[in-house]
Design a protein around this ligand. Structure first.
Ligand SMILES: CC(=O)N[C@H](C=O)[C@@H](O)[C@H](O)[C@H](O)COP(=O)(O)O
Ligand SMILES: C=C(OP(=O)(O)O)C(=O)O
Length: 357
């Protein structure tokens, strides 16, 4: 079954399609719609495929006590966690405005629905795909409802186990073939030792019929680029306009110059991935002509001699003789012409030498 699918209208992911790069604006907009728009434009200018937000209906995402607890962190926008989150939450109307703006700018727009009601709203405004945030990856009623909507899904897997992800796979697959799993570790910023890129390979083994991707919370771009070399077909990274701004995610976010470099590096690595077929390529001919080694006479070899290995050696030779890898095939064959020491051993002077035998 398909290892690729259409994630957004006209944009396939998986297989040999370019990695889909999601600029996660999340809540780095500081609750300011003008900053949010600047960030959408920035994502587009830097070459990302998609600008993503986080939509919550707070009373559905959190219980009362969670909203009422004091939030005294330096990242807090309010006295309680609820006040903090309300400050950062855009209204439905604002979401529509942002969606329209993204369309004008020419970048795909979506959000993670952080609870069922938010997901229903995103369905209503017709986002191209659902992002399931890590915190909902073990929320099976949510996953089932989400999958039944029929939109493609990008499911992140921070804080989860392989056992849970197997269940997620079964649950989603039953209703929806078009989904991808992102390897993710939910720590901000994430230490390299906790990234666990090898999970990408494990996911691909466990779930061979879906594309695999990576959602990173580390600093810098190298690890995300490495994820692409390991087969990530979707990469998501938080973005910011200033890493010093107030908020939990800025430090692990990319500024515009880093996002630009991430996109450039991913595209470069994609070009470098190749077919996996090992053969001498046309671009290597010049090097081979100049420095490829071939068989040379180690001593003078009179005409009619039956070759032994100690008569032969391997050098960069002019003209190029029998290919170095064929030296053992010459043993036991008779030479038709006398060769001086250091002469190239040419195929035509060896009786019965043939390249393919
Ligand atoms: C797990 C998860 O949802 N993580 C999200 C995505 O990566 C984050 O953006 C959180 O919303 C953010 O770190 C929360 O910060 P605070 O608690 O200060 O609002
Ligand atoms: C939390 C989110 O993402 P991730 O789990 O990939 O970090 C999100 O998309 O809101």
């Amino acid at each position: 079954m398909p290892l690729k699918f259409e994630l957004c209208p006209g944009r396939m992911i998986g297989g040999s399609n370019p990695c889909f790069i999601i600029a996660e604006i999340g809540q780095n907009h500081q609750g300011d719609i003008e900053i949010a728009k600047k960030m959408i434009k920035m994502a587009k200018d830097c070459g990302a495929d998609c600008a993503k937000f986080q939509k919550s209906e707070l009373e559905h995402k959190f219980n009362k006590q969670a909203l009422e607890r004091l939030y005294t962190s330096k990242n807090s926008w309010g006295r309680t966690y609820g006040d903090h989150k309300r400050h950062l939450e855009f209204s439905h109307e604002q979401y529509r405005e942002l969606q329209k703006y993204a369309e004008e700018v020419g970048i795909f727009f979506t959000a993670s629905g952080m609870d069922e009601m938010a997901m229903e709203f995103l369905d209503e405004i017709n986002v191209p795909f659902f992002k399931v945030a890590s915190l909902d990856a073990n929320n099976f009623p949510y996953l089932e409802k989400c999958a039944k909507k029929g939109r493609p899904m990008v499911v992140s897997s921070g804080m989860q186990s392989m056992e849970t992800m197997r269940r997620v796979y079964q649950t989603v697959k039953e209703h929806n073939p078009n989904f991808t799993f992102l390897q993710c570790t939910s720590a901000y910023p994430l230490d390299p030792e906790d990234v666990n890129l090898r999970v990408l390979a494990e996911y691909q083994k466990e779930f061979p019929d879906i594309p695999i991707g990576y959602s990173g919370h580390e600093t810098g771009i190298s690890i995300s680029v490495a994820a692409v070399a390991m087969g990530a077909k979707v990469v998501e990274r938080h973005v910011t306009l200033d890493k010093k701004w107030k908020g939990n995610d800025h430090e692990a976010s990319l500024v515009p110059s880093e996002l630009t470099e991430l996109v450039r590096s991913i595209r470069l690595v994609e070009r470098a991935m190749g077919t996996g077929i090992k053969t001498m390529l046309p671009c290597e001919k010049a090097c081979h002509d100049k420095l490829g080694k071939s068989v040379v006479a180690k001593v003078k070899i009179p005409r009619g001699t039956v070759l032994t290995l100690d008569m032969l050696t391997v050098k960069v030779a002019e003209p190029m003789g029998v290919a170095a890898e064929d030296i053992f095939q010459l043993v036991g064959k008779t030479v038709k012409e006398t060769m001086e020491e250091d002469d190239s051993v040419l195929p035509e002077v060896v009786e019965g030498y043939c390249k393919k035998c």
